[in-house]
Design a protein around this ligand. Sequence first.
Ligand SMILES: Cc1ncc(C[n+]2csc(CCOP(=O)(O)OP(=O)(O)O)c2C)c(N)n1
Ligand SMILES: [Mg+2]
Length: 324
Amino acid sequence: MQTFMRLQRAVEDRAYALYRAGKISGGNFSGRGQEAISVGTTLALESGDKVAPMIRNVGTVLVRGYTPAEVLLNYLAKSGGPSGGKDNSTHFGDVAAKGVVSCISMLGTLVPVMAGMALAAKLRREPIVTMTYIGDGGTSTGDFHEGLNFAAVFRAPLVLIIENNGWAYSTPVDRQTPVKDLATKASAYGIPYAIGDGNDVLEVYRLTKAFVDEARAGGGPRVLELKTMRLRGHAQHDDAWYVPKDQLEAWKKKDPVERFEGYLVQTGIMAPEEIEAVNVKIEREVEEAERIALAAPYPEGTDALKGVFADDSIVRFRRWWEEP
Ligand SMILES: Cc1ncc(C[n+]2csc(CCOP(=O)(O)OP(=O)(O)O)c2C)c(N)n1
Ligand SMILES: [Mg+2]
């Protein structure tokens, strides 16, 4: 848990530096302050389960076996990255090899997608659980409600994680909904829910594991709301001027990574020097990943057609295009 949380932070810090240096075009997002959620929830899954991360869940893809180099190659839109240079963010996945369903930017849409995937697994009698994430803002979308209702009716083994980080871009939660606990929305569909501390990786793991086990045992969907705070702006271009400084400072004291490292030292599980050694190793690994990503080539123009249509349809399209 400590390694993956530090790895997420190190990879995202490196991406932030690359963004500031003008090497990443478009937006660049960060899950700083929310690492315990990505890591704790994903570690609670079995290898055959399917997970769909959102933009703040780089920890999820790292736990699932993507390397820091692959993540940075993708941010830089290089050809060797998982999206082959088609995306400059975190929109990549590999359902068969890694059990990762690509992030979809349109908020809420992954809820029906993962509900459908869970139902498909159930119909095939495969003991698989699906999981995805949604922000506080995303719970206002129609897809969130339709997807949850669908999952509830078909008792699909879906675990939905609500990452309540207090803000949807510049909109605070109390301007988004009059409901204090977002997970209570699940009870409208007869879905059991729980609410936990998203900055405590052990609690995140424990609550997720219980829900994953229940969903796998045939109990139907579950909704878990984890309270946390976005420690950077919505994306790197946004300095979050609208967030009250005292709110930010209070949450910085609850930093999930430092908090867990403090716990490991206090309980004698790891000595400070051991933690330091892990963190130095991670920094080196991420420096090497950056070197690889910067040196890698951009895709060829013709690569733009690859993976967009089934190969056969490219042939048909060319034939149609070239015929007078
Ligand atoms: C359906 C939809 N509406 C609007 C957007 C633009 N948008 C992207 S992220 C975002 C804020 C999301 O807030 P939240 O769901 O709380 O997630 P967080 O960014 O806090 O992780 C908005 C409005 C979008 N991607 N999809
Ligand atoms: Mg939010």
